[in-house]
Design a protein around this ligand. Structure first.
Ligand SMILES: [Zn+2]
Ligand SMILES: [Zn+2]
Length: 365
């Protein structure tokens, strides 16, 4: 569906359907512009023949939402953010056959157009006119959200606060595909936020013989240790990071086959290349301010044949993530450790910015 066919409530057109047992109105966290948000009461979205209406139970809060807050990325007003949603199918369009009313689902928030330059060259993630639920069309910080049926995936009995991690895990799965780990790889991961915790597990499941996590101290590193997701944990202190990093270097003289930067801190990325083994890969995974620049020696990259890879986000990786979950190979418990109502959005953003939790989620009901 093209963006022009969706109005600000997320309605699809044509949209005439009988609506039984559904309320007329819903609460939503809506932005009217950068930093201008309010909890509003608006019409529950109507759905087209190929759509579903999901009653949202929980929706993860992501760093990207803080960028949207400032009007960055794809933000289009009015905006209902939220792209890590879990909920229950409340209504289905008449052509929908993959899910039924009452199914618990998560939704892939990115819908490529399939007809632009990049889509037609099998690069849907790089789509020039991508529909982003919670970015340029309404997302999951509302009691109900409309999605095309093909964007939703049943989650069975997976708890809501674990299901909201399927989207970030899908991004991590794309990262794994980009990395193409070789058998027996030694991997260094900078950062163990919620994404890092998911990425670490998938790195180990996909060929790493040994994984080191380097992170500053705090609840995220504590959780990583508790979940036992790496072979080695290096604490980088705020007071003397250089000492900690040179100790890491000394202990790994030949560096790492793959170094992943997942903190989003430019200085960490700049330094990360010094840990890449000759012939190794550096993975740019964090989200950086778009004005940031860093300095690398091209000679070093050339002489050591270093490959620099980026991993942006994900389309169509949710079924793969669900396979890991069904096989009980991905630990999702305990990652979401704070929940908020949409009325508490300001407090939620403050807690996330101050890094007082591992991962926050908005909950309903
Ligand atoms: Zn996100
Ligand atoms: Zn496209």
């Amino acid at each position: 569906m093209a963006l022009g066919e969706v109005n600000s409530n997320g309605d699809a057109r044509p949209s005439k359907r009988r609506r039984e047992g559904l309320p007329e109105k819903m609460k939503a966290l809506q932005y009217s512009g950068p930093e201008k948000f309010a909890v509003v009461e608006i019409d529950v979205p109507t759905i087209g023949d190929d759509d579903v209406l999901v009653k949202i139970s929980a929706c993860g809060v992501c760093g990207t939402d803080l960028h949207y807050h400032k009007g960055e990325f794809l933000a289009k007003w009015p905006l209902i953010p939220g792209h890590e949603a879990a909920g229950t199918i409340a209504a289905i369009g008449k052509s929908v056959s993959n899910v039924s009313i009452g199914d618990r689902v998560t939704a892939d928030p990115l819908q490529p157009c399939l007809s632009c330059f990049h889509c037609t060259r099998r690069k849907p993630l790089l789509c020039e006119s991508i529909t982003a639920f919670g970015g340029n069309v309404p997302g999951g910080f509302a009691e109900y959200c409309r999605y095309p049926a093909r964007q939703v995936h049943p989650i069975g009995v997976l708890p809501d606060l674990e299901a909201v991690l399927i989207e970030p895990a899908a991004c991590a799965t794309h990262g794994i595909e980009r990395m193409q780990l070789e058998v027996g790889s030694r991997v260094l991961l900078f950062g163990c936020g919620p994404t890092g915790i998911l990425l670490a597990q998938l790195i180990r499941l996909n060929g790493a013989a040994h994984l080191t996590i380097a992170s500053k101290a705090g609840p995220k590193l504590d959780l990583a240790k508790r979940l036992d997701i790496a072979d080695d944990y290096i604490t980088i202190s705020d007071s003397h990071p250089d000492t900690d990093l040179s100790a890491l270097h000394t202990a790994n003289l030949y560096g790492f086959d793959i170094v992943v930067e997942a903190t989003g801190a430019p200085t960490v990325l700049e330094n990360a290349i010094n840990f890449v083994r000759k012939g190794g890969k550096l993975v740019v995974y964090g989200v950086y301010d778009d004005k940031v620049k860093i300095a690398w020696s091209p000679f070093k990259i050339w002489e050591n044949e270093i490959t620099v890879i980026a991993s942006f986000c994900s389309v169509q990786h949710m079924p793969h993530v669900l396979e890991y979950i069904k096989a009980k190979k991905l630990r999702l418990d305990g990652i979401v450790d704070r929940t908020f109502k949409i009325e508490e959005w300001k407090e939620c953003m403050d807690v996330v910015r101050r890094q007082e939790c591992v991962k926050a989620a908005i909950v309903f009901g």
